[in-house]
Design a protein around this ligand. Structure first.
Ligand code: 5GP
Ligand code: ZN
Length: 115
């Protein structure tokens, strides 16, 4: 995919507005526009990667550190009972935006969230 056609590249560059909860030189974390549960966050690398197979080793390692850090804050602030950390690769696996992203989905007992 060309970078200038990628919605998450535009969000990462600040060309499209988003509810940003974390940003550093390499990643941006935003609230999902269609949340599976309250506080659903997606973490996006600033460099375009179609999926997990395109990430650098550094990006792959760092995204889990960021996921754990934001995840702890979500657990504390929302007082949720659990957290799904997941990401999809390929349309057959449910990927709809073809720029790598990791989902953080806060979970509550008996919330009946479908993921
Ligand atoms: P996927 O199905 O590819 O794993 O997840 C894509 C996610 O991106 C979905 O949860 C969807 O709601 C979210 N999403 C798609 N477009 C936008 C957008 O423009 N802004 C935000 N914040 N989230 C988006
Ligand atoms: Zn992109």
């Amino acid at each position: 995919m060309k970078k200038d056609e990628c919605i998450f590249c535009k969000i990462a560059a600040g060309e499209i507005p988003s509810a940003c909860v974390y940003e550093d030189d390499d990643f941006k974390a935003i609230l999902d526009i269609s949340p599976a549960s309250k506080g659903h966050v997606i973490i996006i690398p600033k460099n375009h990667a179609d999926n997990i197979f395109d990430l650098t080793k550094d990006e792959a390692a760092k995204v889990f550190v960021i996921a754990a850090n934001i995840g702890k804050i979500l657990m504390n602030e929302l007082n949720c009972d659990g957290l799904n950390v997941l990401q999809n690769n390929g349309a057959a696996a449910g990927q709809t935006v073809f720029h790598f992203h990791m989902h953080l989905i806060p979970r509550f007992e008996n919330d009946k969230v479908k993921i």
